[in-house]
Design a binder for this molecule. Structure first.
Ligand SMILES: CC(=O)SCCNC(=O)CCNC(=O)[C@H](O)C(C)(C)COP(=O)(O)OP(=O)(O)OC[C@H]1O[C@@H](n2cnc3c(N)ncnc32)[C@H](O)[C@@H]1OP(=O)(O)O
Ligand SMILES: O=C([O-])CC(=O)C(=O)O
Length: 373
């Protein structure tokens, strides 16, 4: 059953058209250009889904090979961008690093015409992992890493740069699945930000920079990190249950649960949960995965709230040894496909987005002289 949508936050209002995805049409489904996300996550690599979203079709083998070769060739960072990244402090928020990285790239490789939009989107997609890992390794380990790796996929490229060695097959597969799950989601807050920016006929880098800012918040992409910071405190499933009951009593928000559109479940959760379980068994975990499962049970039992895409991403990324503060940047690496596709869709049939407000302020009044105030 679809959720009844109304009230604040523009909930339930149609704010434009898209051919890119459907969210929660039957209460829980998610499709990209007509394909079920579950099917895509089972059968595809992220690059195939990126091609689907950005170019409009699932690539055949020759198209996929050509697209991967193109993206691999775009992984290098211009020297002035490296200099900027080297100057960002270690304790900066990694989402701020990404925002600055894309913004700087826009200064160096400005989109001069919309004819460039496809290439600009590919360039940003190819460099985002390079930017975040270059900054992370320089600021934390003092090394200037090579970002032009020959890794086959963006997921492997990210893990390789982060760890200094190529990932195993399991980790590369989980990264592919995760990037597919996060790639596109209709008119969510960050995508809508990108579309509003695009509707002024602004450039691709500005649209993506704005979207990164919207994704950063804990009510949106930042929830995967917030969920991790919560569950890592708990040493057993029983402790998790006690603590969650307390949080619910105090009416605290529990990150990684609930959704603005889905009513019954987030279809991405079952998929990433299964991979989190596999990773838990791979690393011999006996705490974090059972804690996460108990959280899911308690929230459903007490509030009928379900895990969204972010909750089991926390444990899955943790089991792959990814630092918590890099969780939301991975979301960016993936969602840039959706953002850029929405920018192109908006440009193809544009009218500036400019809603109205209901005025709740003072009645018209005269300006008093400064002595009278
Ligand atoms: C990839 C993504 O961006 S997915 C979203 C990630 N964000 C999070 O996980 C943050 C936690 N979740 C939330 O804050 C919300 O569920 C949102 C922002 C995702 C959706 O917000 P809304 O559309 O306003 O939620 P909705 O209308 O379904 O809320 C219904 C009720 O459940 C409560 N509720 C919703 N989510 C939660 C939660 N995670 N913890 C506790 N209570 C919650 C709301 O406070 C509301 O209660 P009220 O009626 O007493 O005010
Ligand atoms: O659709 C939303 O509101 C948030 C979300 O799940 C996403 O952007 O992936």
């Amino acid at each position: 059953m679809a959720k009844v949508l109304s009230g604040a936050g523009l909930r339930g209002q149609v704010a434009g058209k898209t051919a890119l995805s459907t969210v929660g049409k039957s209460g829980s489904g998610l499709t990209y250009r007509g394909y079920d996300v579950k099917d895509l996550a089972e059968k595809c690599e992220f690059e195939e889904v990126a091609h689907l979203i950005l170019k409009g079709n699932l690539p055949n083998q020759a198209e996929l090979d050509a697209y991967k070769t193109k993206l691999k060739g775009l992984r290098g960072l211009p020297a002035p961008l490296k200099t900027v990244l080297e100057n960002i402090p270690k304790d900066a928020h990694p989402m701020d690093v990404m925002r600055t990285g894309v913004s700087m790239l826009g200064n160096l490789e400005t989109e001069m015409s919309f004819d460039e939009q496809g290439d600009q989107a590919d360039r940003i997609l190819a460099t985002l992992s390079s930017m975040i890992c270059y900054w992370y390794r320089f600021s934390h380990d003092g090394v200037k890493i090579e970002t032009e790796t020959d890794d086959d996929t963006i997921g492997a490229h990210f893990l390789h740069m982060l760890r200094g060695e190529k990932p195993n097959e399991l980790h590369e597969r989980v990264m592919n699945v995760s990037l597919i799950l996060y790639a596109e989601h209709e008119f969510n807050a960050s995508t809508f930000t990108a579309r509003v920016c695009a509707s002024t006929l602004s450039d691709m880098h500005s649209c993506v920079t704005g979207a990164i800012g919207s994704l950063r918040g804990p009510l949106h992409g930042g929830a995967n990190e917030a969920a991790m910071e919560m569950i890592e405190n708990w040493k057993s499933a029983d402790e998790a249950e006690r603590e969650m009951m307390g949080m619910l009593e105090r009416k605290e928000k529990i990150m990684g649960f609930g959704h603005a559109i889905y009513s019954e479940s987030d279809p991405r959760n079952a998929i990433i949960k299964e991979w989190s379980e596999k990773l838990a068994s791979d690393v011999g975990d006996t705490v974090l995965y059972p804690v996460s499962v108990r959280c899911e049970e308690v929230m459903w039992r007490e509030k009928k709230l379900f895990c969204n895409a972010d909750f089991f991403h926390a444990s899955a990324y943790h089991f792959m040894d990814i630092p918590t503060k890099l969780f939301t940047p991975i979301f960016v690496v993936s969602r840039v496909t959706g953002w850029a596709a929405h920018v192109m869709e908006q440009r193809a049939d544009n009218r500036i987005i400019r809603p109205s407000a209901e005025y709740t302020g003072e009645e018209l009044r005269p300006v008093p002289s400064i002595a009278e105030r």
